[in-house]
Design a protein. Structure first.
Length: 375
């Protein structure tokens, strides 16, 4: 079959990490853009990225791109797309999307125009005037950015950050895709140790364990495209078997989580069990002031509470000062900390060896990395 064009939206700042991940999957023509990664492939590629990507927010089929400065141009551009290749006579095809810095600014009107164009095209192919839309859901998504229209079909359903293990969460949890990126930046290894002194619902610990054991993050969940008639079911079965074959059962990875809230500790353990990594993760109640380097080597990865999420700014900065005293430069230890506070390094007490700008939801943050050993 002809190669399918795909788009994988991701958090701003993760484009390079996501692109590198897809290249490691031997996927063709991978290129990173602002907020997304484009690539090519087939049905197996579609299933593989949904199941295996730690950093993409979803997998979309990129059906067409064109410029539209009025609604007639939008209609004509959408109508030209070969919708019958994906959408059957009974399938549902709702429309949603965004418009940024474009002449076509009304989202509801754009939705109506796109829907009408799809219906007109399918009517000419199926010789039907009405579609009941009782079949599998084919979510049409559009993005109009500076008058350039991108038309996509979502294959994922729920966002890929929803792995299936976190049914509940502590206050202000970090997104799974961002936690996975922090594990990547910390160079988590199959025989390493990870510590999170603010473990909350255990997301950083679990994502670190999944990476270390090479467990596919989507293995526990289903995807919208699994219900599409156009994609053979055996493709999904084959890709799931591939995921299971790649698990590193010999890894000796361990992770330790601490939190001042007993409920958070229990939640971490419960979520670890749902993720299938409960044997690798330990959690207990402990204050950051009691932190100590107990292991020969460890990667400390954390998302400490801060003013915009949980605490007032002064209390957050008190925690940063304690971290600065407790997170000593030590042979075999690294520290990866995410914070939105531009004063973090001054309060923590030393400049990071490396920084990276990322977004935690809509909050612009910096990831501060400390890894250089004392002279």
């Amino acid at each position: 079959m002809e190669k399918i064009q795909f788009s994988a939206p991701c958090l701003f700042g993760l484009e390079g990490i996501c692109a590198d991940e897809l290249k490691r999957m031997d996927i063709d023509n991978v290129r990173a853009e602002n907020g997304r990664v484009l690539f090519e492939g087939d049905y197996s590629t579609l299933a593989r990225v949904n199941l295996c990507s730690r950093y993409a927010e979803r997998v979309q089929i990129l059906l067409g791109e064109f410029y539209a400065y009025n609604f007639d141009e939008l209609f004509r551009g959408v109508e030209k797309i070969e919708w019958e290749m994906w959408i059957g006579k009974e399938d549902a095809f709702p429309v949603k999307g965004h418009s940024v810095s474009s002449k076509l600014a009304s989202i509801p009107v754009c939705q109506k125009i796109i829907k009408k164009a799809v219906v007109k095209h399918l009517s000419s192919k199926y010789h039907k005037d009405w579609f009941d839309e009782t079949g599998g859901k084919h979510q049409i998504q559009f993005l109009i950015m500076k008058d350039k229209v991108s038309i996509m079909l979502d294959t994922s359903g729920e966002g890929l950050h929803k792995r299936g293990y976190r049914r509940e969460s502590a206050a202000a949890p970090i997104k799974e895709t961002l936690a996975a990126a922090m594990a990547d930046l910390s160079h988590v290894r199959p025989f390493g140790t990870v510590i999170d002194p603010f473990c909350g619902s255990g997301t950083i610990l679990i994502e670190s364990a999944l990476k270390a054991l090479n467990i596919s993050p989507g293995i526990l969940r289903k995807f919208a495209a699994e219900k599409w008639n156009v994609i053979p079911a055996e493709i999904w079965s084959r890709e799931r078997e591939r995921c299971l074959d790649l698990v590193n059962h010999n890894a000796e990875f361990t992770a330790y989580g601490y939190d001042i809230d007993n409920d958070a500790v229990e939640l971490t353990l419960a979520n670890a069990k749902k993720a299938g990594v409960e044997k690798r993760i330990h959690a207990e109640r402990r204050n950051i002031s009691d932190f100590k380097a107990e292991f020969e080597r460890a990667a400390v990865i954390c998302n400490p509470p801060y003013g915009e999420r949980l605490l007032d700014v002064d209390r957050s900065r008190d925690i940063y000062r304690i971290m600065g005293r407790k997170f000593e430069r030590r042979q075999g230890y690294s520290y990866t900390i995410i914070s939105p506070d531009d004063s973090f390094e001054n309060i923590f007490g030393r400049r990071a060896d490396k920084r990276r700008k990322l977004y935690n939801g809509m909050i612009k943050c910096q990831v501060y990395m400390y890894f250089k050993n004392p002279a």
